[in-house]
Ligand binder design. Structure first.
Ligand code: FMN
Length: 272
């Protein structure tokens, strides 16, 4: 829902041209918010209004920032370097993540685009219960792997998962969360394929911001696998009935330094 302040509005019609739902129309030279049912509250009208006549209702206006280009333009070369240089981090320092950095990483997820501006993602941060949940997942994965035969699609991971469990019990080696001080779980609505994409986009932005702040991340697909299979785990992390885990990611200060980028398969692209 949006509101147009007619005292300020000059009826320039800019908002009409950019509204993705075509909810705003111009008739007889005057701009109207005509089709509220089609409004996805994306905020474009408010962000681009030259005279700040538009506001999105039910959202905090304190969060609207007027930024100058020097505050948001990023050097593309540096950004490309970051894309190539970032690595999944599997060694962490024993150092807590500052609350404001954790908050910034979560906000990066929150500000990611979502299909239809759905904004349905939820974040669960494992801190105090991290060890308890880690043991539960490592144990569950060991039990699952023990039951797999060659026909199982994950058979290739069988030995690894069972070895992870043994090494965890005997030496405290953590090959699930790599002793990271924090794990962020991204959750979304079950049965909404679009929300999996939303979650993946959010995860990617969170990782890049974390890298830019000197933090490290590793996505943990095995946590999602366990959560999809073990209802006691989803209950433990407080997942609601219609929610699913989309992805989990570790977060902490890297205890590893890389000096160069890595190889990748050649770009696979078709131009039509
Ligand atoms: C969806 C997804 C799930 C992943 N799950 C795991 C995991 O469970 N454990 C792990 O150590 N790494 C995991 N990774 C990290 C990948 O192994 C890693 O991204 C890949 O080997 C490339 O290395 P790089 O991230 O350093 O470029 C996952 C990555 C993605 C994108």
């Amino acid at each position: 829902m949006i509101e147009i302040d007619k005292e300020l509005c000059t009826d320039c019609g800019w908002c009409v041209t950019d509204c993705p739902g075509n909810c705003i129309i111009k008739r007889d030279g005057e701009v109207f918010f005509k089709y509220p049912d089609f409004c996805i509250e994306c905020g474009h009208c408010a962000a681009g209004c030259p005279v700040e006549a538009v506001s999105v209702l039910n959202y905090s206006h304190d969060e609207i920032w007027n930024l100058a280009p020097e505050d948001y333009v990023v050097d593309p070369e540096k950004l490309q370097n970051l894309f190539r240089f970032r690595r999944s981090v599997r060694i962490y320092r024993k150092q807590e993540v500052e609350p404001e950095k954790l908050e910034a990483v979560l906000q990066a997820g929150r500000y990611s685009p979502t299909g239809g501006n759905r904004q349905g993602l939820r974040y669960i941060v494992l801190r105090g219960q991290l060890e308890e949940i880690k043991i539960k997942v490592i144990t569950f994965l060991n039990e699952m792997a023990g039951s797999w035969d060659e026909n199982n699609i994950l058979y290739g991971y069988k030995e690894k998962l069972m070895d992870n469990y043994r090494k965890f019990l005997s030496k405290g080696v953590d090959r699930l969360f790599y002793k990271a001080p924090l794990v962020i779980i991204i959750a979304g609505t079950e049965g909404l394929p679009g929300e999996i994409i939303d979650g993946a986009l959010a995860a990617s932005r969170m990782e890049l911001l974390a890298s830019a702040m000197g933090l490290g991340v590793c996505f943990i697909g095995f946590f999602k696998f366990a959560a999809d299979m073990d209802p006691s785990l989803t209950e433990k992390i407080g997942l609601q009935k219609k929610e699913q885990v989309i992805l989990a990611m570790t977060l902490g200060y890297p205890g590893v330094k890389y000096f160069r980028t890595v190889n990748r398969k050649a770009l696979n692209v078709t131009y039509l």
